[in-house]
Design a protein around this ligand. Sequence first.
Ligand SMILES: Nc1nc2c(c(=O)[nH]1)N[C@H]1C(S)=C(S)[C@@H](COP(=O)(O)O)O[C@H]1N2
Ligand SMILES: [Mo]
Length: 350
Amino acid sequence: MVAGLRPLFAMQTQRLARRTNLGLLLLLALVLVTGTAGLALGTTTSRWALVGHGAAAFALIALARPKLRIVRGGLRRHRITRGASLLLAALLLTSFTFGLLHSTGLLRELRGYTTLAWHIAIGLAAVPFIAWHVCARRTKVRRTDLSRRSLLRAGVVLGSGAAGYATLETALRVAGLPGAGRRFTGSYSAGSGDPEAMPTTQWLLDDVVEIDHNSYTLTVSAHDGAERRLGLAELAAHRDAVDAVLDCTGGWYARQHWEGVWLHRLIPAVGEARSLVVRSATGYSRRFGVDDLAALLLATRAGGRPLRAGHGAPLRLVVPDRRGFWWVKWVTAVELSSAPSWWQPPFPLR
Ligand SMILES: Nc1nc2c(c(=O)[nH]1)N[C@H]1C(S)=C(S)[C@@H](COP(=O)(O)O)O[C@H]1N2
Ligand SMILES: [Mo]
């Protein structure tokens, strides 16, 4: 190379490295946001979040080659923290692989956990490493990084990500892999119409409780604190029914015929209340807006038979169009509250 061109070449390499790193960071943020949205939502919006998730993931792969060049340069510097950087790369690749295994259906479970659960857990484990890596290997953003050329390049990277994802979805159908039959949330059918065959799932740390049906009562608290206690006989006398899909963020779903009592029958007036909290005997709870009241069923039966302990006997909440973690099991209390419905962690903590 002509000696005078060398600095120019170095500058261009540096610029490319900077933009690649920036692109990677933006894409990682995108997979995190779309992945979380896909888990939080139970309606078809979830589908679009997950399409974005897949496209962003493949766009990350498209940036792997230019990133590899940067990594090679970095490794030559023998920083003592390079182990952490390599671990981060390994976590991201493993999470991606589990995502692929889940969405193709090639492997659905490993050591008692769904491959989707592995995908999520390993992906979340990478987040602190990403935060550290971004701080430790700081990339300065220049105004020129927003040039037309780099926007064009970003478009190409996103486009190839979308193409990668579309190819995967097409290949699933052509090859007749189980993934082709996933629900829009990405979940697989498990025990639809047959509660016996439906999995028993806890969110994180909760345990199944066996509740004595004879001494069981449901406590309903009004906004002013007035309490009413209902026994099981009184609750089971109702046969309100709804067909609804329980869709667990662990990656499975089941449609069942649920029977019980509409919650609004037990709460004739909400007064000034803005939300209601549905509590489990275990301490698990979820808060709903009073506008949701009309859609909530407290179920005592599924598929024409009394609930089993694992599925929340004697009373569990049915929340059509919301993901499984809203479907509180072993319900012992319902409380009206003046707090707004968003006044809770977006996902349960136990
Ligand atoms: N009390 C309580 N209710 C709960 C949970 C929990 O951990 N504790 N898990 C929720 C989640 S994540 C799901 S998917 C459904 C699973 O219901 P099932 O075990 O009847 O299939 O229950 C929900 N209700
Ligand atoms: Mo779940």
